[in-house]
Write a protein that binds this ligand. Sequence first.
Ligand code: BGC
Length: 340
Amino acid sequence: MGLKALCGLLLMVLAGCAAAPPLNPGTPPASSILTQANQPFHRGVNVLGYDPYWTDTAKRRFQWRHFAEIRKGGFDFVRVVLQAFKHMDANNRLDPAWLAKLDEVVREAQKAGLGIILDEHDFNPCSEDLHVCSAKLTAFWQQVAPRYANHPRTVAFELLNEPHDKLNGESWNRLFAEQLALVRQTNPNRIVVVGPTHWNSLNDLPLLKLPPDPNLLVTFHYYDPFHFTHQGATWAGEDVKKLKGVTWGSDQDRAALSSDFDKVAAWSDAHNRPILLGEFGAYDNSGTPLDLRVAYTAAVRAEAERHGFDWSYWQFDGDFIVWDMKTQRWIEPIHKALIP
Ligand code: BGC
């Protein structure tokens, strides 16, 4: 075949390729879907959820230099825990002073070189009353999403932490789709974090109905076995809050962890979605020996990484701490369990 004929054939093949219809018009092409490798959130820590910064700044524990410590300590992002509903007026307008504080958090975390997930954390009021939830969550994202629309892709939005109770089942799929559509009006490509019902339980992943949106990062939270991680925790329910001395670390415990994460990985492969383990840890104020909490934390972090999940530890300070505000140092064994 002459060179001209060869070129002609090549042109025809190329034209044919360009005109070929997509295999499934409702699904984004695999090449454009967010993957573990092309998204910026890998090793993170939850911050500022229960800090007086939001209500009485003079009493704040978290200072801006802590962002630099977090970055230096080997983390690349923070999940900023926002309980914004109580900072809204009767018309669901967010207090301008609260918004200015949020701007400062974003600016300072960025200065330290950290990615930021803005996590709306009113999961309890939301799961109790769908009407109130829908109104307030809509108002929240209507005000917050455009505000950060021009920020780089190292800022992500998590539409709601841990849906449960009244948000179990289809109500969450509906609410999530509505909120996502709202965010997409101003942030067409922003990474949005979404998780399943029953407090972001991995068992509910199969119930999650995701729209064909390429920029979703799917999250789950892992505190199993709950009677180990939450023994003595006042909010953990009558049976668990009375528990003491529960251990963790047998071969059986480790096998259960590994098989749980296998299920998440299988779901992730089948649905072609990257995974963020957004919260995990073991409660520290219950007398559970540090070495057991360290073994658990190290094992969960290692299994997450082995399965190709990114993660954020619960939490920087307050409880479950990895940073000690009294000594202004890392709790070294927990820190090492996370960043070896
Ligand atoms: C809640 C915290 C709680 C943690 C572990 C988080 O989602 O906001 O209040 O300490 O889960 O139970």
